[in-house]
Structures are given as structure tokens and as C-alpha cells.
Ligand binder design. Structure first.
Ligand code: HBI
Length: 96
């Protein structure tokens, strides 16, 4: 599916509302690190994100070490950031 990459202005506007997320990969991705009480809490969060990703057909690039989860969002089909990444970041924050 063709989807447009955000312009720098759109990117900066999206990030303004996503206070905990930072720009990465020279503006091609956004990322956030989450820390939970323990592995079980971290994995429960990852399960919720996984179901969200499937429902949105938009999938994170992520890693987990014990109680920490690192998530990066980018749109492969756009070759960088799209509105889908901003929407997904907001939806992920709502799963906390
Ligand atoms: N997830 N992050 C990300 N980026 C994509 O471009 C993407 C995806 N999940 C599924 C998906 N694209 C499909 O639309 C395409 O693989 C067909």
C-alpha cells in the first residue's frame, strides 16, 4: 500500500504530541524505551502491543531485556515516518 512519508514539518508536529518518543535513524524512525516492574509486566505490555500491531497491520521493531522494552516505529512502505507511526505511538502509550 502506498503511503506518504511525513514532511519534516509534519514529523515535528507529530513529535510535539509524543513527548516520550524521540527521533531516530536520521528522522526515519521514532523510538521509546519502557521500563516495567519485572519481566512479566514487560511481556504483558508486549502482548498488548502485538495485538494492537496486528489490528493496525503496522508492526514495531522492538527488543526486550528483562523489564525493559525498546520500540522503534517506522513505515517500511514509506521509507521513513508516516502518520501510521504517529498513530501507533499514541496507541502504544495508551496501553501503559
Ligand atoms: N509495519 N512498521 C511497518 N511498516 C510497514 O510498512 C508495514 C508494517 N506492517 C505490515 C505492512 N506494512 C503491510 O501493509 C505490507 O507489508 C503489505
Amino acid at each position: 500500500m502506498a503511503i506518504a512519508e511525513l514532511t519534516p514539518a509534519e514529523r515535528d508536529a507529530a513529535l510535539a504530541d509524543l513527548g516520550e518518543w524521540t527521533l531516530a535513524r536520521e528522522g526515519k524512525a521514532i523510538e521509546r524505551t519502557f521500563a516495567f516492574a519485572d519481566f512479566s509486566e514487560a511481556f504483558a505490555f508486549m502482548t498488548r502491543v502485538a495485538l494492537l500491531a496486528e489490528s493496525q497491520d503496522h508492526h514495531p521493531e522492538w527488543s526486550n531485556v528483562y523489564n525493559r522494552v525498546e520500540i522503534a516505529l517506522t513505515t517500511h512502505d514509506a521509507g521513513g515516518l508516516s502518520q501510521r507511526d504517529a498513530s501507533m505511538a499514541r496507541a502504544i502509550d495508551a496501553l501503559l
